[in-house]
Design a protein around this ligand. Structure first.
Ligand code: PAF
Length: 293
């Protein structure tokens, strides 16, 4: 496995694969790898001739007061896990490489970024502008056949799919199932911020989503499913930042389930950790978008 830090080195390293028409898979990450990332890396390595991982804690997607400074960083451990998962090439640039002096272009997806995690009263759409700008740069540099993302960040996946379609990226955007701890907690680099007491409460998020999914049969009202989730959360003393049912493709609000894929998504703050999780209910043509229970 080779590690490069400059865009030019990355392009040079990929040139032979491109000449020989070998397929390229890209897994964008911010490091602090866990089994969720490893599942994406293994898929890229199994499905593509060349597996590329980017490793960059992207300052543009952190708001003021968010956890940029303390975001977990361990390059050696990340490199070892990437190598284990079959990655061929790691792109680990410095911030000045990605955003040199004078950098002033951003990529923004409208509408889809105004809700859930992008609600201006919560994190704000600046978060997604940061995500789509870095992912656009990575897609331009790597020109992958497939780019891999996790279903845990469901809204991010929807936004990136929209961007890839709107801007004519050739890459297929693959969204793979959330990987969970044995007690149901979705794996996340931010789980490292949980105190032992909050770690014990955290599986209530997944229990809440499962309770909602049990109610969310075709014809059921979204408010009833959300009430079931809210009851589970309040039993664990958790007040969600948001808990909503939305169309899984366009994120429009869902009032009643009708068999179309619907996303039941929540965010909650447990101490210093802001956690998100979701479940997809209803028919889906994308097995990667289905909940793995
Ligand atoms: O999901 C993440 O880790 C980040 O948002 C991503 C896609 C790597 C962009 O920085």
């Amino acid at each position: 496995m080779r590690i490069v830090a400059a865009a030019g080195e990355l392009r040079d390293a990929l040139a032979p694969a491109r000449r020989e028409a070998r397929t390229i898979g890209l897994v964008p990450t911010m490091g602090a790898l866990h089994e969720g990332h490893s599942s994406l890396l293994r898929a890229a390595s199994a499905e593509c001739d060349v597996a590329v991982m980017s490793l960059f804690v992207n300052p543009a997607q952190f708001g003021p007061g968010e956890d940029l400074a303390r975001y977990p960083r361990d390059r050696e451990r990340d490199a070892a896990l990437a190598a284990d998962a079959g990655v061929d090439l790691v792109y680990a640039p410095a911030a000045e490489e990605v955003y040199p002096a004078g950098f002033s272009t951003t990529v923004e997806v409208g509408g889809l970024t105004d809700v859930l995690c992008g609600d201006p009263n919560r994190r704000g759409r600046g978060h997604f502008r940061g995500v789509t700008t870095i992912v656009a740069k990575l897609l331009n540099l790597v020109e992958p056949d497939v780019a891999y993302f996790g279903q845990k960040d469901a809204q991010q996946a929807v936004v990136i799919k929209r961007m890839a379609t709107d801007l004519d990226y050739g890459a297929r955007i693959a969204v793979l199932p959330t990987v969970r701890e044995p007690d149901g907690l979705a794996m996340s680099s931010r789980n490292a911020y949980l105190t032992p007491a909050d770690r014990r409460r955290a599986p209530a998020l997944h229990r809440a989503l499962r309770a909602a999914a049990d109610v969310a049969v075709p014809g059921a009202a979204a408010r009833d499913a959300l009430a079931a989730a809210r009851a589970e959360l309040s039993g664990a003393g958790i007040e969600p930042e948001y808990l909503e049912a939305r169309d899984a493709e366009d994120l429009s609000p869902v009032e009643a389930f009708n068999g179309r894929p619907a996303l039941i998504a929540l965010a909650a703050r447990l101490g210093d950790a802001r956690l998100i999780d979701n479940v997809v209910v209803g028919a889906t043509t994308d097995p990667g978008g289905q909940e793995n229970r």
